[in-house]
Every structure is written in C-alpha cells, then in structure tokens.
Design a binder for this molecule. Sequence first.
Ligand code: GTP
Ligand code: MG
Length: 567
Amino acid sequence: MAVPGVGLLTRLNLCARRRTRVQRPIVRLLSCPGTVAKDLRRDEQPSGSVETGFEDKIPKRRFSEMQNERREQAQRTVLIHCPEKISENKFLKYLSQFGPINNHFFYESFGLYAVVEFCQKESIGSLQNGTHTPSTAMETAIPFRSRFFNLKLKNQTSERSRVRSSNQLPRSNKQLFELLCYAESIDDQLNTLLKEFQLTEENTKLRYLTCSLIEDMAAAYFPDCIVRPFGSSVNTFGKLGCDLDMFLDLDETRNLSAHKISGNFLMEFQVKNVPSERIATQKILSVLGECLDHFGPGCVGVQKILNARCPLVRFSHQASGFQCDLTTNNRIALTSSELLYIYGALDSRVRALVFSVRCWARAHSLTSSIPGAWITNFSLTMMVIFFLQRRSPPILPTLDSLKTLADAEDKCVIEGNNCTFVRDLSRIKPSQNTETLELLLKEFFEYFGNFAFDKNSINIRQNPFETSLNISKNVSQSQLQKFVDLARESAWILQQEDTDRPSISSNRPWGLVSLLLPSAPNRKSFTKKKSNKFAIETVKNLLESLKGNRTENFTKTSGKRTISTQT
Ligand code: GTP
Ligand code: MG
C-alpha cells in the first residue's frame, strides 16, 4: 500500500479541524452529524464479529473451537457470481427452494458475488442437482461440480436494482488520513486504524469459504483432508487485503488415531513410499497444483513453488480476490497462528499497536508483498509482542508462562519442537499495565531505534517454536539500517509533538499520520542532525544479534548483552 505524500493531505485542510485533547469514544465522534467522518463511516459490523473486534473484548472461544465452527459454516455455504443488478428478494426466494438460508451477503470483485450460507449442508446437493454445465459454440467446458456457481437471468427485463455490497478492501489512504486527522488523540488514531484495517466478519467468512472450496478439490485425492486457514487470516492480525495462507491437513487421511480393532491381525493401506517427508509434500502439492490449474473454477496464475524451504502452491482465487498460498507440511505455522491469536486476544492494545507498526512499515517500504531482503509482518508482530512482554508490568506473558499454565490437553510436540502452551484464554490473568497506546508506540520506536547498542544488543530472532530458525535472517544490512533510522525518526517525531503539537490552524498532519507519510518535512532536518556513525554501529550490532540463535535471557554476545524472551 503506497501512502500519498503530504501535499495531498494538506490540500484537504483537514487538520485545521482536528481533535482537542478531550478523550471521547470514537463511535461518538463518527456519529457527529455533518462531519466528513460521518460520510466516511463504515457500516457497523454485524454481530458475531467480536472475535477479532477492536473493542476490548477477549474471545471466550479457543482457537480450535472457532476454527471448527467457521469451517462447518463454510461447508454449508456457496459462492455465486451474480448479474450486476439483481432483485435481492427474488434471489433469496429462488435459492430458498433448495433449503432455508441462514445468512448471506454480497460483495464486488470484478463483478458482483453472493455468499449464501444455508442452514443445512444437504441444500447444496439440491442446488447442484438443479444446476447445469454451460456450453458454448467456441469452447468446451470441462465438466466440474463445485460450490461456485454462475447465476443468469432468464428474463432480462425483470425487476432488479443494485444490492448493498460489503467492502473487502480497506478504504483509500486519502479517506483513512481524513479519519485519522479527526481522531481525538493518538490512542484514538491507533484504534481507528485497527478498526479500518481489520478483517470484517464477511471477509473472514469468505476466507473460510475459499479454504472450503479448495478442500473440496483436494478431497478428490484425499477424502478426509482438511484445508485450514492460518497466518494473518486467523491470528487476529490480518489486514483487509492480506494473503490467504492455507494448510492441507492430512492427519485424518494418515489415520494416525485409527481405532484399535481386536484380533491377531493389523490392517494397513497399500501405499507408495518416497525417500522423505519433503518429497511426499512436493508430490502432493504438485498434483494439487495441476488440479487447481486445470479444474479449479476461479483459480488462476497457479505457481508450484516446490523447492522453497516450505514448498507451496501459490495462486489467485479470482472470485474472492485472495492471493492464496497452499502448503502441507508446516503444522507448526498453524500453532504459531494459535499463539498469536491468544496474544492478540489478551489485551486490546496488542492488535492496535501491531496494526500501526505494520502500516508504518508498509508506508515506508520496509515490508513488501514481494519476497526479498525485507522484514516481514510476522517478524514485526513478534517484535511488538517481545516489546510488550518487556513492559513493566508486562502487557503480555512470555511463552514460558503460557507453558506453565498449560494442562495435559495442551501438551503438543511438533517435529520435536515443544509447542505446549495454555489454550484456554480464561486461565490467563489480565495485565495490570495501564500505559496508553501513544506512549507504547513512542517507546516501541525508541526501544528498537534508540537502544543503547554500545552496551546491549537485541535478539529479535523470536521464532517461538523452532528456536534454531531465525525468522529475520533474510533481512539485509541496508534494510535493517533503514528500519533503525526510521524507528528513531518516528520516536523523534512523536517526542517533538509532545513539546510542539501542531496548532489547530497549522494544517499539519499530526500523530500517527505524520508517521505514515513518507516525506514529512521534519524528516530531513532529523536525518541531518543525526550522525551516521552511531547508526552504522547500531546496525552492526543488530545484525550480529540477528545472526545469534541463543535463547537465554541476557546472554553475552561479543561482550554485549543479548536481551531476549522466549515468546
Ligand atoms: P501477512 O500475510 O503479511 O499479513 O502476515 P502472515 O502472518 O500471514 O505472514 P505470512 O503470510 O508471511 O506467513 C504465514 C504464516 O507462516 C505466519 O503467520 C507464520 O505462522 C508462518 N511464518 C511466516 N514466516 C515464518 C518464518 O520465517 N518462520 C516460521 N517459523 N514461521 C513463519
Ligand atoms: Mg499471510
């Protein structure tokens, strides 16, 4: 997401009407009649979206319960490409003949689509039986029955209108900046950013549905497989527009927990063997890649990236607009998603801070959708978690303390890595820390940008379970230097604002907006002021610590202390 320059914002004359220091709930602010903010208001999310809502609401459900419930919903759901204009009532009446409908919504993505959830799974069979394969004179359709349909009007003149469709992408930067400038405080800005960018209920449903559609295809080969979403689609840190990471779970097919049957015999399936797990993964993904490419409705640009450390099939699911990564041998990433889900749920400040840091990094091209020498969102999230664990009192518990709260049911070892931690959120005590988001943001930048590197170095490896893997080892020296410089600049900008808040009539962007703009006027003067010598030393030390792979707290690295927690 590229962020427009400062000129665009100042032309809007927004900041003249910016906040007072009086704290008011953002909902009230957005309801003020006649304000731009009102026009920009997003529709309230429907109930049921609370598990990732920005309100201070700790989800009651375990990650696995939430995943199972959503998967079951998705299995009762169909995706329909609709004519541009349609009578919603007639559409629902038509579909109701196949069975009662639980809920539905429309969205636009190169055309109008409807997501329709039936009350019963059986209704889908009836709908499929009433559907035919199209034929054209020029091309031949490969017959394929899925839960992705195309709806056509028999009678072109029948009554129809534009239906209300839900947004699947964040609003424009211009609109976002307007909203942020209207916020009451930096805390409000961070919460507004979160509310604007977090996945909506509809978007989450669409992600589970897409996994379910891919699962149908994989089931042709592995009837008991499960395609599970992981990563930011489910760990509560997903931004609208983020990719969809999918994990093909073959544990049921492997039937590891097969019922013991009494008698003198043991029955095994006849199978083919290959020399390693990696080769098995490559073969499975290769076949699925072909299948998606040849038969998958709406699956385009299929790439088989089988020689990567974690082999995957990448493709675009056109109808949902998601860039999908399908993997099969990284169960540990699913567990990392569960851990992040817990961290995101424990305190409402966590997600607000992570979203802002992610947006800040994106605005300054520290992260990129193209793989390369950049830091990733996953690493940034780990850095925020690490930082919050080190507050006094801590805002987040360490992974070690989550381990001590675990019971027998939580015990989990994956490929020799201990992934045990408490899954029941109600057993984790809330933090006593009351620091504001404004303070935390400033301190985050200070912590990672102005750390006393002459005495200490930071170990930001932070790979929770595979402790020998450095999740940031791809980051180049120049990218790291850029990160450190920008963090220090941002801390400086926030500090300046403390003493020299832009006046109401100054027309200047403020708070978070100043941090998101790529060429804030005060940046240059800052860069000049700071000597490069210190930055070079900083980067050298930070690189050194990135390469380390020790996990003890306060270990000595080249005569300097390495500070780490085991998250
Ligand atoms: P965005 O897609 O950028 O929104 O965030 P994401 O968290 O989904 O990151 P990404 O799609 O790059 O990776 C998906 C998941 O794979 C992450 O959430 C992690 O669970 C896992 N993952 C990504 N990178 C690494 C890594 O370097 N090491 C390990 N162990 N896991 C990783
Ligand atoms: Mg992802």
